[in-house]
Every structure is written in structure tokens, then in C-alpha cells.
Design a protein around this ligand. Structure first.
Ligand code: OSB
Ligand code: MG
Length: 369
């Protein structure tokens, strides 16, 4: 893949609704859109999912810039990429910084698929024509606000509802949701707000027959989750703790979870995501595709990944309009009856809306290769 140029655009977009987790509230989103060009003027696009502050993982928009500019782009400059899977090896000298790696690797996957004139989903080996989606609902001011929000999304047809929880906003809130919507699949995501000291509180959640509880314990833990899973009927799903296939193997060996939320950025790209997917398929671990409040480019990558067979549970990839007044792709991602139709055109399958992209770009830098 003869890469001739790489462009980094820093965008700033405002979320339609503030999003609150156990760690705080997000309203503005700043992120990078990456673009790689080849000698035939094909363009591949990627998106970095790091946030402005390191509340979810250690990466930020600013560390992404430093690492891409000073380490990853020079590595791409010095090495020849025959297949997008090669990027994993080229980036191996740089530890972690997975979201920065993924932003460039994703653009190379898109470019590769476009050069083959093939949808990204097909290039990854995905077969689904439609994917099932759920929705993640942030912590709300009151239980009534939450119930009416859930009601709206249930009416819209989302296949499962994820409720963000934290100590003091957990059992009662989830019980109220289960009571009002007994037939709706409900899960909870704690974003690591608990410790093993809260074990009784967490075990009590078993009564609610949740689909799963996501990342109840520390962001960097695998051992305590194994102790918790041993005494809970509800499946544990790991998010923050899993950065690689290696982490996945350890979590599966220790029985720290029965489900894994795969986020492309968190694991360093589509190639590693696919390897984790394959391992989970071979070991009976269910997976689903998580979200990072992406704009259209990142959303398109998530849709393509979700077409792989082991993504059997609905993910967090809702439509563009759940997040943005105006997305940066055309057409925007739409959800009908809880499903997204996988695009059939080459690459990520959505065009860039140049007007919107330019409007939200605050800085731009070009690297000739
Ligand atoms: O933990 O899955 C998470 C959003 C930001 C950071 C972390 C998470 C989330 C979500 C929402 O749950 C996912 C989405 O709608 O994109
Ligand atoms: Mg999560």
C-alpha cells in the first residue's frame, strides 16, 4: 500500500446531550480524524477515540497528537505496509498508546478496502448485512428522567438498554427500569466505580437478571473480577481492563468475565480486535462492540467490525443523530427497528461530508511520506 501522504485533522464537535458516567460529564468532544492517501489519490479515513482528559484511559487527544506525529507516522514512513495487519508489527516498538495506533491503522484498513473495491466489513471477513444495536444511557438527574429516556429508546426499537451505574445510582435505579420494562434486555456499566469491598451490593444485583454487568471493578484489574465472577450469577463483561489479545487470554484463563466489550481504539486497531474476536469465538466468550461517542468515521469502523460472527450481542453503536446535530459523513448512520444496514460500497461505506468536516476542524497538519 503506497502511502504518499497522511493528514491529521483535529475536530471539535458538541454532543447533542451531555453524557454522564461514574467519572463525570462530557459535553464537547475533541478528536482526530486521520486521512491516508495513496499514489492513485484514494483516501482512507480513521478516527481517534481518546478524550480530552484521561478519565477512561491514560490517552488524551494531546497524547495522541504527540505519539502519532513523533513516533507512529515516522514508523509508517520508514516501513512498507503490504497488508493492514502489518501495521501491528510496525507499531510494536511503541508501547500501548492504542488509540493513537488505531486512528492510523483504521485509515490504512479503509484505504486497503477501497483499493480492493470492497466494503471494509468484507475485507475484515464479516458476513452480516445488518447489525443489531443497543444504546448506552448516561447517569440522569432523576429516576423519572431515566425512565422516560429508556421509554423513548425502547419505542425506537433498540435491542438492549445499557444503564450507567455508580454507588448510590445502582440497585434501586435498575430495579425501577426492570419493573417498568420487564421484557427489555437491560445491562449495567459501572466504568470501574466499585471495589471488592462493595461485594454484597454487587451480588444483590443478581436478583435483577441483568444481561451482564460491565467493568464493575478497577480499570486495570483482572484478578478481582475473577473473584467477583465466581460469586455472581450475572455475567461480568470487561471493557477498560482489556487492551490486547494477551489481556484477553489472561481474563479467560482466570474466568474474570464471560463477555468482552471490544473497542477498536482500546485494543490498538482492527487487526487486534479481529484476533481477540477469533480467540473469544474459539473459547466460548461472547463479544460485542463498544462505543466511545464516535463521529461518523469511527462509527463506520465499528459497524464493519460488528459484522464478524462472534459479535452476537447488540453493541453500543447507535445512529449519528443520537450524538450529533450534524455528523461528518453522508449519509449519516441511521437505526431502524434496532438495526443498522451495513453499507455495501467500498471502504468504510460512507462518504465524508466535506462541509461538515471543514466546519468542525480546528487544526490541520499534512505529512508527506
Ligand atoms: O464505558 O462503554 C463505555 C462512552 C464513553 C466512554 C466509555 C463508555 C461509553 C459508553 C457510550 O458507554 C458508548 C457510545 O454510545 O458510544
Ligand atoms: Mg464501558
Amino acid at each position: 500500500i503506497p502511502i504518499t501522504q497522511i493528514k491529521l485533522r483535529r475536530l471539535k464537535m458538541q454532543l447533542k446531550h451531555p453524557f454522564t458516567t461514574s467519572f463525570g460529564t462530557m459535553q464537547d468532544k475533541e478528536f482526530f480524524i486521520t486521512e491516508v492517501l495513496d499514489d492513485a489519490e484514494s483516501h482512507g479515513f480513521g478516527e481517534s477515540v481518546a478524550f480530552s482528559s484521561p478519565w477512561y484511559s491514560e490517552e488524551t487527544v494531546q497524547t495522541n497528537y504527540h505519539v502519532m506525529k513523533d513516533f507512529l507516522i515516522p514508523l509508517l514512513h520508514r516501513n512498507v505496509i503490504h497488508h493492514p495487519d502489518d501495521v501491528l508489527d510496525v507499531f510494536r516498538p511503541i508501547k500501548r498508546n492504542n488509540m493513537a495506533k488505531s486512528a492510523l491503522e483504521g485509515a490504512i484498513w479503509d484505504l486497503y478496502a477501497k483499493r480492493k473495491n470492497m466494503p471494509l466489513a468484507e475485507a475484515l471477513g464479516g458476513k452480516k448485512e445488518e447489525i443489531d444495536v443497543g444504546i448506552s444511557i448516561g447517569i440522569q438527574p432523576t429516576v423519572d428522567d431515566l425512565l422516560s429516556t429508556v421509554d423513548r429508546y425502547v419505542q425506537e426499537g433498540f435491542k438492549r438498554i445499557k444503564i450507567k451505574i455508580k454507588p448510590g445510582w445502582d440497585y434501586d435505579v435498575l430495579a425501577a427500569v426492570k419493573k417498568k420494562f420487564p421484557d427489555v434486555p437491560v445491562m449495567a456499566d459501572a466504568n470501574s466505580a466499585y471495589t471488592l469491598k462493595d461485594i454484597n451490593q454487587l451480588q444483590r444485583l443478581d436478583e435483577l437478571e441483568l444481561m451482564m454487568i460491565e467493568q464493575p471493578l478497577a480499570h486495570d484489574d483482572i484478578v478481582d473480577h475473577s473473584k467477583l465472577q465466581a460469586v455472581m450469577r450475572t455475567p461480568i463483561c470487561l471493557d477498560e481492563s482489556i487492551h490486547s489479545l494477551e489481556d484477553t487470554k489472561k481474563a479467560v484463563q482466570l474466568e474474570s468475565c464471560r463477555i468482552i466489550n471490544i473497542k477498536i481504539g482500546r485494543v490498538g486497531g482492527l487487526s487486534e480486535a479481529k484476533r481477540i474476536h477469533d480467540f473469544c469465538r474459539d473459547h466460548g466468550i461472547l463479544v460485542w462492540c463498544g462505543g466511545m461517542l464516535e463521529a461518523g468515521v469511527g462509527r463506520a469502523h465499528n459497524i464493519a467490525l460488528t459484522t464478524l460472527s462472534q459479535f452476537a450481542l447488540p453493541g453500543d453503536t447507535a445512529g449519528s443523530s443520537r450524538y450529533w446535530e450534524q455528523d461528518i459523513i453522508a449519509p449519516e448512520v441511521t437505526v431502524e427497528n434496532g438495526r443498522i444496514t451495513v453499507p455495501k460500497t467500498a471502504g468504510i461505506g460512507y462518504d465524508i461530508n466535506e462541509d461538515a468536516l471543514n466546519r468542525f476542524t480546528v487544526e490541520e497538519e499534512t505529512f508527506n511520506m
